[in-house]
Each structure stands twice: as C-alpha cells, then as structure tokens.
Design a protein around this ligand. Sequence first.
Ligand code: ADP
Ligand code: MG
Length: 686
Amino acid sequence: GSAKPRLIDDEDGGVLFYSTTPSSSSSYVNLEKERQRLPVYKYREAILYLVETHSTSIIVGETGSGKTTQIPQYLKEAGWADGGRVIACTQPRRLAVQSVAARVAEEMGVTLGEEVGYTIRFEDVTNPDLTRIKFLTDGVLLREMMDDPLLSKYSVIMVDEAHERSLATDILLGLLKKIQRRRPELRLIIASATIEAKSMAEFFHIRKRRPQLEGEDHGPQTEPAILSVEGRAFNVQIFYIEEPVSDYLRATVSTVMSIHNKESMGDILVFLTGQDDIDAAVQLITDEAQNSGKSSLGMIVLPLYSGLTRADQDLIFSPSPRGKRKVVISTNIAETSLTLEGIVYVVDSGFSKQRFYNPITDIENLVVAPISKASARQRAGRAGRVRPGKCYRLYTEDYFVNEMSAHGIPEMQRSNLASSVIQLKALGIDNILGFDWPSSPSPEAMVRALEVLYSLGVLDDDAKLTSPVGFQVAEIPLDPMVSKMIIASDQLGCSEEIITVSAILSVQSIWISVKGQKELDEAKMRFAAAEGDHVTFLNVYKGFLQSNRSSKWCHQNSINYHAMKKVIEVRQQLRRVAQRLGLALKSCENDMQALRKAVTAGFFANACRLEPYSHNGTYKTLRGSQEVYIHPSSVLFRVNPKWVIYNSLVSTDRQYMRNVISIDPSWLREAAPHFYQQQPLNLNRH
Ligand code: ADP
Ligand code: MG
C-alpha cells in the first residue's frame, strides 16, 4: 500500500533495508497425514477425471503444493501404470529428477530404481521390467524418441516445470503434440508453478477436422483442460535495499549474518547464481560466523547446486537440529524445482546464471544476469511456506518496479540451436523452420545452426543428416562439437584419449577450490601440459588410475573425487556408444598431436588468434573477431600460445575462454575447408 516504508536499522554497517506493506494473506489447512496435507490432495479426483477425459491437462499450482511428487502416484493408484505401462514425469534439472524420484520412492516405501526410478544423462536408475513411475529430464525423453518415436511405453507423460520454458521442454512439447495425433490414448499433463496457461492451452488446441456426429465415440477431448491448484501461503514481507550494492556476495553475507543475529528462529534460503559464488558465500558466512563468536554455533551453512552428492542432497532436506538455523545457499533450482521445508527467510541476490547466445558472433555463454519479476516473486514465495516469512531483495524497489522485466525469455530464444536441429533431423523432421515451436527461435540462430552443422559434416547440401557422420553425431548424447571430436578421433587413432577428455568435459569440474587458490594452482601445475587443458586432463586421469582411484590421492591434489568417479562411469558409457557406432577404440599413447587434431576437428569454430603485439593476452576469434581472453583457471593462462581453440566461453568483466588447447592453424583448413574458405585470414601472418 501507500504506507511509508519502515526503515530497518543497520547498526552493523550492513546493507540498509526498508519494508513496504505486505500483500494479502491466505489460510493454512492443517490435516493429518503429510501427503494428504498437500494442497494438491484436494484435487486428486478432479485431476484424475481431467486426465481420463482430456488428451492434455494443464495443471498450475504453487511450488510445494505437491504436483511433482503426488500426481504420478495418483495416476498409478488409478491404474495408469497397469499392463506394463509407464508414467513419465519430466524435469528440466537433473538434481530435481534425482531428488524427487528418491522422495516418491520413499513415500511409496519402495526401493529407488525398482517401481519408481529415474534417468538422467549417463545415469539410468530404472528397471525395464519393474519401473512404473519414471522421472527423467526433458532432454532424456527427447533422446528416447530416437529409439521409440511414439514413446509407446508411456501412458501418461507429465511435462513438469513448463513455466521454465527450457529448450528441451519446448521441443518436447512440439513433438508430443505430434505424437498425440498418432496416439490419441496418450495423456499429457503440463504442470507448472506459473504459466500463461492460456497460451499453452492454445498451443495444444487441436482443431477438429470435421463436425462431430452424434453417438460417435470420440475418445478423450482434444481441447486442453486447465486446473488451478489453490495452495496455501503465508504473508511474505518484502525488504528492498536503499542503494544498489556493487558486490552482491558481500551484501549476501552481511544480510545473512544480520538475519541470524536479529531474527527469530527459522531457516534461511539464499539465491545466488552458481557453484563459484555459492562456494564462496558458504566459506565467507562460515568464517564470519566463527569470527563473531557467540553466534557461530547456531548456524549450518549448506550449498545447493547440481553435481552435489546424494549425501549432500539429503542434508538439504533433513530438518535442522534443535536450536540450529539452516542456511541453504542455492542456485535457482530452489526457486520452483525443489521445496525445502522450514524456510522463513529468503535472501534474493536478483541474479541467476543464464544461457545467452548471439547468432551474429555465434557465441553462447553462461552469464550472470538479472532475473525477472516472475522469478523474484517465486523466490520470495519460498519464505512463506511454514509461517509468515521475510524476503530480502538485494536490489532497490525502484529497480524491481521499473527495470526488471516481467518474464524471462524462453531458452529457445537465447540458445545455440545446433543440438536441437540435429535431434529434430534425426527424428525425421526435415522442415525445421516450419516446426510447431511453442515460441519460435530467431531465423538468424537457425541459419547459424545449419551452417555450423554443415561445416561439421553433419548435414549435407540438402540439410539432411549425412551418413554415417550425421547419424553418428545424433546418437552420441553430447554437444555436436564434442560428438564430432569423438568421431574424428577414430581415424586419428586417439579415441581412448578423446573419450576420456569428453567424459571430463561433461562433469562440472574435476578441481576443488575449497582448500584455497594457492593450493589449487600448485596442484594444477603438477599435471599441467604445455599443449593445454585437454592434455592436462589426461594427466590427471592417468594419475587417478595409477593411484588406484584413491580418494586420498584426490584430496592431496585438490581433485574432486566424486567428479573423477563420475568421469570413469561416463567414460564407460561413451566407450559403449562408440563401439555401437562402429568406432575403433584405440590409444595414441603419447602422440598428443593426434589428440589436438581431433579437438580441432570438433571445435574449429572456436579457434582464436593472439593479437599481434598484444601485451595483455588479447585474442580474437577467427569467426567474429570478438575479443576474448584465456580464463585464469586454464593452464595456458599467461602462456598465451599464438593459436588456440577453446571449449566454452564464460563472460564476467570480459569474455574468458575455458578449457583451451594450442593448435597449428594449418589444421583448421584440414578440419573445416568450407568454414575457413572465405575468411580473410592470413594464416602465415604471424
Ligand atoms: P510441487 O511439485 O508442487 O512444487 P512437490 O511435489 O515437489 O511440490 O513437493 C511436495 C512436498 O514434498 C513438499 O512439502 C516438499 O518439501 C516435499 N518434498 C519433495 N521432495 C522432497 C525430498 N527429496 N525430501 C523431503 N521432502 C521432499
Ligand atoms: Mg514440482
């Protein structure tokens, strides 16, 4: 309302907040059993009726109302998994898939991987004979369509978290709509926390071909049904900062400390952006708490991001011990994908890591970018689950009202589309531009994707998948550039090494930085190779094998043991894929030139040259003449070879290349004659 904001004191010299009047309230329903207490329980019959009678049902409900964990169970209880059929529930995030599957198995009292299972890339915890409820990422379901185009084993597919508009979700929705025409008995549920339910309904509206005749059995209605689950939520009082902060990490730490010191008990949920700033914040808060003495005992600080081990995930969900306050520092996974009980305070940095793609420069990277108003509201809502809560926004009210965009941009419109194009082609969808997208991608991005795929040898002149390379690339569940690198390694005789490198690139990071930057740098130097990061990875992998896969060895060398175990697993799976594709598994022993050529064959589009007379390590991409720098985490940082290829870019103050290898420029024309044909690039110049 119009009441004067109340100033919150800042005697600690922390961030200054003030509060506006809270919004309307709703009541709390106290029922007995935990499952039956969830808001969605009241809608059980309504949901089952809608699914019975409609091809597509759209279910909107506040986060934590029980959509993900309960609806698949209701469906099973109602018989949708009888006769060997399977109920699928997709999630955009892998950690959510694992966590929710574990929870549902627990609620049903079954072993995870039997009646209830999950599949994420490189991790299949299902049993083909037993699994009736299957949680999986939207990306994995897309892959399953390559073997089973009509997804015939599923009776109901629940596409969850549709409001996220992830790239794979959108493509999945387009394809499911097609499948439904061939399989009218298939039921779709589109579930989300907030949705423009109407636009989704319009997307799924299938116009009737001819007038209906009386007495005819029409099967389920094709017009989608929309159901809104009314949740319960307590007031959340919103606080804004007075003046913009320049360092949101510092602001986060001081805000958490002041909540901890001044507010009554209740857990704190902090939204930061990624593993780096989350780990840093965990460290800073822990240090601060220890230094401040009196309050140090009362706090348990936990990180939450993908790549956490099972044990770490369990800690997040376990209730805080008496007299302790849990502080969970999370990516936006806790925004709608996972619900933590006991949260009373939310600290919202106003940022998240988002994918951005520029079709002009053909550069895609993960950027720390401002969230939307819709996200900010979701984040605040996490504080009102158990009792009235408080949300501290680390941005000004003026910024929220006048500058924050209302909604995020669908990932489709800010991604490199190469992978998606291959998948659609592999599914026999040739007219990509005419595909029924829930929101259309930009024509420039589409053209770029086709161009890159053509130069990778994946598409031919008619934009059809080439044989065998195109089909092979489509089969490998990795980015097309990585897949191409694996295929090229066959002829270069280094597939064992390239598969190791690919496995390492597919895990988040094999290094741990908690012990400190200096120790990490020293550890890296022990493995560093003059050629660059990829060869360094090979050295680490060899060392790990020689240590007999010892966790102690990992610890001594600042290497993440869990990541290395994952690498071994992924490597096994990639070897099986390679064998299935008829690639020879061969080692090049110490011929690192073969390895570098294979990397070039996949990543030629990411070639860069050091600027002549550059004193600060400025590179320019050959493609778009973009200024880029070697990331400080690379072993080639400050080495600055003349010609390099990078694996990915991260942008902070500058564009930084991550995972860099030095190359010989003559390999570029060998690898991609078309691509570099017309480039005004003088390979001999320097
Ligand atoms: P929605 O999908 O509507 O956001 P969920 O089905 O995810 O809701 O959550 C319903 C309830 O189940 C919440 O109270 C949540 O805290 C609880 N829950 C979900 N996953 C877990 C888990 N892994 N451990 C403990 N509780 C969980
Ligand atoms: Mg959910």
